[in-house]
Every structure is written in structure tokens, then in C-alpha cells.
Design a protein. Structure first.
Length: 172
């Protein structure tokens, strides 16, 4: 994942942006998952599969990466998961929708670690939820770049959430 601002003079922000695009975080996540013998499943919307792609870029990811769903349109979310009431009440891009998606993903895959992301890439607003069988953390992220840079930053933040969660685990 190469992250670089493409135009403008953003000296302060560029340092921050480059720092957030640590291309090794995907390797760190996969290696810790292997070490802890844990599995990972994802459901992505606004990131369009970038998180899954960054995971499978790592050799040996198949040992830990169980599944990924890219549900970009609302119709895809409705076909895969019965969330019509949530979408009608909160829209498909909301913290509530991301939380329901990660809960349903847990029941569908039985993976140890699950992550969902919804958002508006153009607006730079993303809702990311991380879950295991006894823990859930949902967070809103806001970025102010071009859509693809926003997606890259959301991908980094999702991987970072997984990394920090796994770092706090001593046992499986």
C-alpha cells in the first residue's frame, strides 16, 4: 500500500500522512494472528476490499485469513445480511450499521477477530468496528483528503485497530 499525497504543499500533513501509511502493519497483523493462532474475517464497504488486499499481500496469510465480504451497494448488504431495519433507521453508512455487520459476520464465520467498515470515501468519514466473542470496539474516523487517500487511511486505521487489540492479548 503506497500512501503519498499527490498535489499541494502539505508539509505538516504529509509527515502525518506518511506515518499513517506504515506498509508493514499488514505484516505485523498477520504475524501476530499466526503467533496467537487466531483467524480474521472482514466485511468492507467504503474501503472496497483494500483491507483484505493488504492482508493477502502477506505471505502465509491463508493460515489466518478466513473470509472477506465486499458489500459496496446497499442491495449487496441486504442480500448477504438481513439488515433492512438498520439501514432504514440509521442508513447504510453509520456506526450502528457497522456494528450490526460485524455482529452478523461473527455468527456467519465464527472467526476469532472480525472487522467491519462502512463510510463515505469522498467525504472521508468511516465507521470501523472490531469484534471478538467478548469484545467490541467501534470508532469513527474523519479524513480530509482525496477519496483514495481517505480509503488508504481508513485501511491503515482498521489494521491499526486489529494490531493494537492483538497487542493487548496475552493468550488466545
Amino acid at each position: 500500500m503506497k500512501c503519498k499525497l499527490q498535489e499541494g504543499n502539505f508539509l505538516e500533513n504529509e509527515v502525518h500522512f506518511e506515518k499513517k501509511c506504515d506498509t508493514l502493519i499488514n505484516k505485523k497483523v498477520v504475524n501476530i494472528l499466526k503467533e496467537k493462532q487466531m483467524s480474521l474475517s472482514l466485511v468492507e464497504s467504503a474501503t472496497g476490499g483494500m483491507i483484505a488486499s493488504s492482508i493477502v499481500d502477506v505471505e502465509g496469510a491463508s493460515e489466518v485469513f478466513r473470509s472477506s465480504y465486499v458489500l459496496y451497494q446497499d442491495t449487496a448488504k441486504l442480500q448477504m445480511f438481513d439488515i433492512e431495519n438498520i439501514i432504514l433507521k440509521h442508513t447504510s453508512v453509520s456506526m450502528q450499521t457497522s456494528k450490526v455487520l460485524v455482529d452478523l459476520l461473527f455468527h456467519k464465520t465464527k472467526s476469532d477477530i472480525l472487522l467491519s467498515v462502512t463510510g463515505y470515501a469522498d467525504k472521508g468519514v468511516f465507521y470501523i468496528c472490531l469484534k471478538n466473542n467478548s469484545y467490541i470496539k467501534c470508532q469513527e474516523f474523519n479524513f480530509n483528503y482525496e477519496r483514495n487517500e481517505n480509503r488508504k487511511l481508513a485501511t491503515y486505521e482498521a489494521l491499526n485497530m486489529i494490531y493494537h487489540y492483538l497487542g493487548g492479548l496475552n493468550v488466545r
